[in-house]
Unconditional design. Structure first.
Length: 182
């Protein structure tokens, strides 16, 4: 058994070159750079870049034509293919290509979900609607301090719902928990 499978994540070096053949079959070619960074024994940071020739056919080539541009980060799955040709001077040349069967355009991270949810809302409007971070963390309006009659009533009644379920003692923890600010 043998396997010929390549997975690459890298940056596109040039805009794809698209060619159309008989019966509308499309082919796209573009170079893809993958980089590896490491620190050598002298403490210098070394970046090693490999260039890969990517080939896409048919529908993938048409997608690449519309979406991929120089600098785009892409995820490619395919297989290695080596072919040879004779150049203008009659010299045999060999080229190694990645025939891609999966292409995924990776988007650069814009903002986090939490911060982007609040950016379109003015602060005063968000505060009134209960959408700002400070309102979410504030206690509700019905919160009553520990010295309130309702809290005393709960502790006098021996309310044990707030106790640690693993503790054997029947001491009332309601007084201690009411002292907490949240």
């Amino acid at each position: 058994m043998s396997i010929n499978k390549v997975i690459l994540v890298g940056n596109v070096g040039k805009d794809p070159v698209i060619r159309y053949f008989d019966k509308g079959v499309a082919k796209a070619n573009f170079p893809l750079a993958t980089s590896e960074t490491y620190t050598n024994q002298q403490g210098e940071t070394i970046t090693s870049t490999e260039w890969h020739n990517i080939v896409l056919w048919r529908a993938l080539a048409e997608v690449a034509e519309k979406t991929i541009r120089k600098g785009s980060q892409v995820y490619i799955v395919g297989k290695i293919k080596t072919r040879s040709y004779v150049d203008k001077e009659g010299v045999n040349k060999y080229i190694t290509e990645i025939l891609a069967d999966t292409l995924l355009l990776l988007e650069k991270k814009q903002t986090t979900v939490n911060s982007s949810a609040h950016t379109d809302i003015p602060k005063e409007d968000g505060h009134e609607k209960g959408l700002s971070g400070s309102v979410v963390n504030d206690p509700p309006a019905s919160y009553q301090p520990a010295n309130d009659n309702n809290s005393k009533n709960l502790s006098e009644k021996g309310n044990t719902t707030d106790e640690d379920p693993g503790s054997d003692s029947k001491t009332d923890n309601a007084q201690n928990e009411d002292d907490l600010p949240f």
